[in-house]
Every structure is written in structure tokens, then in C-alpha cells.
Design a protein around this ligand. Structure first.
Ligand SMILES: O=C(C[C@H]1NCCC[C@H]1O)Cn1cnc2c(c1=O)CCCC2
Ligand SMILES: [Mg+2]
Length: 508
């Protein structure tokens, strides 16, 4: 095994591809471009997320469903106004065997059009509300852009929640509850800080009413990245699909239900890899790592007799049993023919949060030596304290990983009130908070005005002029700095008054 051949700072895109491959999270599906195989280390992360999220939405009263993966052109027709933008991404099945299908069917890119005709059938009375279904599945979007593992694939795993409510308030409450769960997936499981906010009109889901989002930050290139979205659809889809109930407030009247839809995908794994990884490879937060600690016997030199070696390994096995009994997902590496140094590199590449070493010297001192994967810090734990010290150490790693990422994001989230300072801030890997008018065209112009000649390596590894900045969100938590009365939108071409602070940045 050779390690990562490029530095994260200098060749981020290549570094990322090598890490996900060599840490055995991903295999390229070479038959067809844009598809990836998720291997056990990645599926383990996804399953921890799924269990955590599933338990909490069940607690909210969301039930699970499974709809067909194909949709008819007819039902897509209903969404035509906002789907046309997406049409190029639709994959179609036109034949079965050697026979053409009478009517071609599309592979679901998302399931609104699949599900909502049945919502119209099932939801009749306001007593059926709130109506809440979620499905865990995969969707296909035939991306034209360069694909990359986890972040942009032509098929990805996600969950898609689709709910119906009697009022805008009830829908709005759930939008935020779900958004907070998405923030929890990032902050509590992946040790990734996110900013919660609302998408601007430019960036929201076109078919919806408003979009709330959790936004991440990649320190290596200073880009923002959308982490997950929770949309209020308003009554747009219930009008398209005629989902009505009798109006509880007006006898004999019917009302269109208020709907939400919310999704989180395997993209979250890519975000975690990009933020925490280093030049030795993957760095996994303990809470989502299949293996939290790897015990490596050391000091088994030629001087030791075979019996002494056997006795030492037996002692290691005892320690492993005790560590696992304490709830730690641990294993031992007794592979023959590999040096401890080789093993250290291999497990560092795979991102195991804690390495434990046990040799004759440790045995004599009645300690286990450890090395943290996130900071490299080394130390020892008395054999008598394994059951408490190892879990505590893992919790410290989890928290320290979060704190480090949170500090990096906070330090690179800067309030800017002079236009001339914007591009320099972006070029210094910041996202910016600027007073903005919220006009869509003004936002488009800002993207053009902030392209800079500086050649940087894009996600595809090619050098290109750095892109202009997009709005990432209107943060719910606004900067403490007030926007003084009469303040104008920061764009040099805009005379409108500023409405609010908007977070802008170069992004994925
Ligand atoms: O998928 C959504 C909205 C919604 N879908 C359900 C989960 C939450 C949220 O993503 C938006 N969207 C994105 N991308 C596409 C479509 C689309 O509707 C439809 C056509 C193909 C590409
Ligand atoms: Mg897309």
C-alpha cells in the first residue's frame, strides 16, 4: 500500500480522490461514468447517520414508505414549470428486452411526482394531517458536470421526507425541526459545524415556497458547501397535484394542504472527508468510525522466544476483550510479515481515530500506549483504567475535531462592509457576510463582479480563474453588527437598501 501521494493543500482534488479510494470507502464503477461503489467503511458511516436520523423522525411521527423508482412523463408534466431546468438530468428507460416501451419511463431524480398523486388520493380530511412519510432510497440525476465521489454522483443514497400540514405555521415548524436534525447529523456525528439559514430566491428550490439549509465550510479552499435542505413547498405542489382537505375553518370549503420536503444525502460523507482528512489520509470522527481503536502488538523482536510472543499476544487479546466490553469498536492487528510502522501507516490512512500499542515495555509499566489520529498526540493509559480512559479519549477526539473545524469556520466567516474588501477576503479563503438587498438580479451580478483572475485548482483538479461568489444562505443567526438605517446593498452597482446580512462565498 502506498499512502497519499499529494498534499491536501496543494492538490486538493487529487488528494480527495486518493483518500476515498485508498481508505477503501469508494471504488469507481468503471462500467459507467459518474457512478461509485460504496464500500463498508462508507456504508458504516451512512448507517450510523441513518439510525440516528431514523430514530428521531420516528419520534416525530414520520412513517416509512417505499415508492417505485420510475415515474411517467405524465406525472412529470404536472411539475413542468420548474422541472424543465432539470430535464437534462433525467434518465429514461425506453426498452424492456428487445421491445420498445409504449411509454418511456424516467428514473426518479426525486420523488415528488411519484408520490403526490397518491397523497391526493390518501389525504381527504384535515384529520389525516399532519401526513408524514419518509423514504430511504437512491435517486439518479444524469449530471453533466464533472462528478466526484459523495459530492456529485449520478446516483446517490439519500432520504427524502414528504409531509403535508393544515397550515403554513404547522409546516414551518416542522421545516425547522428537520433542519435542526440535519445540523445534528453534521455537528454531533460528523464533527462538522454548519450555519443554519434560509436560501435566497436565487438559490432556493424553484418548485418550493422557501428553502432552509445547513451550510458547511471547506477550510482547504475556503468554499462553502450546501449540506442538506429542508423546504417548505407552500401550496405549490398541492395545487399541481390537487391535494385538498375540507377547510377546518370554513365549512364546505376545501383548502390545499401545506407541504414540506426535506433531503440529506451521502454528500455528507464527502464533506466530512474533506474537512477532517490530512496528508496521511482519512481522519474519522469516532462516533461514525467502524473501527474506533486498533491495537497493535509491538516489540515482538527476534530476541523473544516463540512462547514469549504467544504469551504477549494472549495478553493483547485480553486487553482487546476488555476494551470491547467497554463499548469501544476495537480490533487487533496481528498480521504476520508487516512491521508495526507499516501497520501504523495503514491504519492512519484508513482514519482509525485511536491507535493502541502494547509491547513488553508497556507490559512492564502496566500501561497501553496510544496515539490520536487527529492530533498525533501520544500518551499512555494504565491497564487498570482502560474501560474508562479509552471511551473518554474517544469522546475528547470527537469534541476536539468539532472544535477545530468550528474555529476554522468562525475565523473564515467575515463581516464585510466595503466592496473593495470582498474579493481579497474570498482570495484569503473566507466566506463573507455582506449587507444585501435580496434582489435576484443583483445577486447574479455579484457572481460576475467577484470572479478573480487568480488561478486556483477547482474540484476537478484543473486550474481555473476562481469562480464568483454565490449566496450561501441568509443566516438565522445574524452578525451582531447592526445594518445602520439607510445602508445600501454592498454591490457597487446597486442602489437598493440593504435588507439583511447574507452569507456569500465561492462554493461547490
Ligand atoms: O429534489 C428536489 C427537492 C426536494 N426533493 C426531496 C428531498 C428534498 C429536496 O431535495 C429539487 N430537485 C433537484 N434536482 C432535480 C429535481 C428536483 O426537484 C428534479 C429533476 C432532476 C433534478
Ligand atoms: Mg443538481
Amino acid at each position: 500500500i502506498i499512502g497519499i501521494t499529494v498534499s491536501k493543500a496543494d492538490h486538493f482534488a487529487q488528494w480527495y480522490q486518493e483518500v476515498v479510494l485508498k481508505a477503501e470507502m469508494i471504488e469507481y464503477y468503471n462500467e459507467i461514468a459518474g457512478f461509485y461503489i460504496l464500500r463498508p467503511p462508507a456504508m458504516y458511516v451512512w448507517n450510523v447517520i441513518r439510525k440516528w436520523f431514523q430514530e428521531r423522525i420516528e419520534h416525530m411521527g414520520v412513517e416509512e414508505t417505499s415508492f417505485p423508482m420510475f415515474l411517467s412523463a405524465k406525472s412529470l408534466e404536472k411539475e413542468k414549470d420548474h422541472v424543465e431546468g432539470f430535464a437534462p438530468e433525467l434518465a429514461w428507460v425506453t426498452k424492456a428486452g428487445d421491445k420498445d416501451l409504449e411509454v418511456p419511463v424516467a428514473v426518479r431524480p426525486t420523488s415528488e411526482a411519484v408520490m403526490y398523486p397518491y397523497y391526493a388520493k390518501w389525504i381527504r380530511s384535515h384529520r389525516d394531517l399532519p401526513f408524514r412519510l419518509n423514504q430511504w432510497n437512491s435517486v439518479v440525476r444524469w449530471e453533466a458536470k464533472q462528478t466526484t465521489p459523495f459530492l456529485r454522483a449520478r446516483e446517490f443514497l439519500w432520504q427524502e421526507g414528504h409531509t403535508a400540514h393544515v397550515s403554513e405555521e404547522a409546516a414551518g415548524k416542522e421545516v425547522l425541526e428537520i433542519l435542526e436534525l440535519y445540523a445534528g447529523v453534521y455537528e454531533q456525528l460528523l464533527a462538522v459545524p454548519v450555519v443554519r439559514g434560509r436560501k435566497t430566491e436565487n438559490e432556493k428550490f424553484a418548485g418550493g415556497y422557501y428553502t432552509t439549509t445547513v451550510e458547511g465550510y471547506i477550510p482547504t479552499n475556503g468554499r462553502g458547501i450546501q449540506g442538506a435542505t429542508s423546504h417548505c413547498l407552500g401550496q405549490n405542489f398541492s395545487k399541481m397535484f390537487d391535494i385538498t382537505v375540507e377547510d377546518p375553518n370554513q365549512k364546505g370549503q376545501h383548502m390545499h394542504v401545506w407541504q414540506n420536503s426535506w433531503g440529506l444525502s451521502t454528500r455528507v460523507i464527502g464533506v466530512m472527508v474533506m474537512i477532517h482528512g490530512d496528508d496521511k489520509g482519512l481522519v474519522l470522527p469516532p462516533r461514525i468510525s467502524r473501527l474506533q481503536a486498533i491495537l497493535i502488538p509491538v516489540g515482538l523482536t527476534a530476541k523473544m522466544t516463540a512462547d514469549e510472543k504467544t504469551a504477549h499476544i494472549a495478553k493483547c487479546d485480553e486487553l482487546l476483550v476488555e476494551i470491547k466490553k467497554a463499548g469501544v469498536r476495537a480490533d487487533i492487528d496481528v498480521r504476520e510479515g508487516y512491521t508495526p510502522a507499516w501497520k501504523f501507516n495503514d491504519w492512519e490512512l484508513k482514519g482509525v481515530p485511536l491507535r493502541l500499542e502494547f509491547g513488553p515495555k508497556d507490559a512492564a509499566k502496566e500501561v497501553v500506549s496510544y496515539a490520536r489520529r487527529d492530533t498525533g498526540e501520544k500518551g499512555t493509559v494504565p491497564l487498570t483504567e482502560l474501560a474508562t480512559a479509552i471511551p473518554a479519549l474517544l469522546e475528547t477526539v470527537q469534541q476536539d475535531m468539532y472544535d477545530k473545524a468550528d474555529k476554522a469556520f468562525r475565523e473564515h466567516r467575515v463581516v464585510v462592509q466595503e466592496w473593495s474588501k470582498v474579493v481579497p477576503a474570498l482570495d484569503s479563503k473566507n466566506v463573507v457576510l455582506i449587507p444585501h438587498c435580496l434582489d435576484m438580479k443583483c445577486e447574479d451580478r455579484i457572481k460576475d463582479l467577484t470572479k478573480s483572475e487568480e488561478q486556483v485548482e477547482g474540484p476537478d483538479g484543473q486550474k481555473a480563474p476562481s469562480m464568483g461568489m454565490k449566496s450561501l444562505c441568509i443566516p438565522f443567526e445574524q452578525p451582531t453588527e447592526k445594518i445602520a438605517e439607510g445602508t445600501k446593498c454592498l454591490s457597487p452597482e446597486c442602489e437598493r437598501s440593504a435588507q439583511t446580512w447574507v452569507m456569500f462565498g465561492r462554493s461547490y
